[in-house]
Write a protein that binds this ligand. Sequence first.
Ligand SMILES: Nc1ncnc2c1ncn2[C@@H]1O[C@H](COP(=O)(O)OP(=O)(O)O)[C@@H](O)[C@H]1O
Ligand SMILES: O=P(O)(O)OC[C@H]1O[C@H](OP(=O)(O)OP(=O)(O)O)[C@H](O)[C@@H]1O
Length: 180
Amino acid sequence: MAGRLFAVVGPSGVGKDTILAAAKAARPDLHIVRRVITRPESAGGEPFEGVSEAEFLRRKADGAFALDWEAHGLRYGIPATVDQAISEGRNVLFNGSRAMLGAAWEVFPGLSVIHITASVPVLADRLAARGRESRDDIARRLARASYDIPYGLPIRVIENNGPLADAVAAFLAALQPERV
Ligand SMILES: Nc1ncnc2c1ncn2[C@@H]1O[C@H](COP(=O)(O)OP(=O)(O)O)[C@@H](O)[C@H]1O
Ligand SMILES: O=P(O)(O)OC[C@H]1O[C@H](OP(=O)(O)OP(=O)(O)O)[C@H](O)[C@@H]1O
């Protein structure tokens, strides 16, 4: 049986990568996508492949990405190899963009979405503590915090204002198929 594909979305600093890493630790069978990003790997954070703009565009033209988008002045790609992982029956999860969900649903009609939320003051504290971006970049990311996901799409919401363990437990529960 084919696996399922999950986009994990939410504002910058909400805890997407942290929750994905914790979910993988709890459930080693999950396949967490290693994204291709036009960001230097030395910036740290999630395990991603950092490439130049030219290399990204070359791969895109070669059909190397199942999905790709632009945000924060960067390009992000989901390797086309996810198709194989899904067909092998793996549950595949990626850190996605709220703005690209419409396009993602067109490519993957069975896509499930988990939206992680937290209050703006909590996001501001976390981004400052993470220290990966400049103050200006943090301000721009916070300005996107309330971006609205198009109404009518099937989305599960997980709140991550409190202890991480609570959010991870809710997240793992959200990976279960919806009961009808
Ligand atoms: N529940 C939580 N409590 C405290 N800190 C958290 C919690 N969730 C995430 N963090 C911290 O917030 C920062 C941003 O998390 P991160 O996973 O990088 O967010 P995102 O991928 O959504 O931008 C990290 O430093 C992370 O350790
Ligand atoms: O359309 P939006 O929902 O606003 O998302 C825009 C981008 O922000 C996140 O990127 P990134 O992982 O670089 O940033 P983050 O870890 O700070 O969320 C997310 O993965 C998207 O690529």
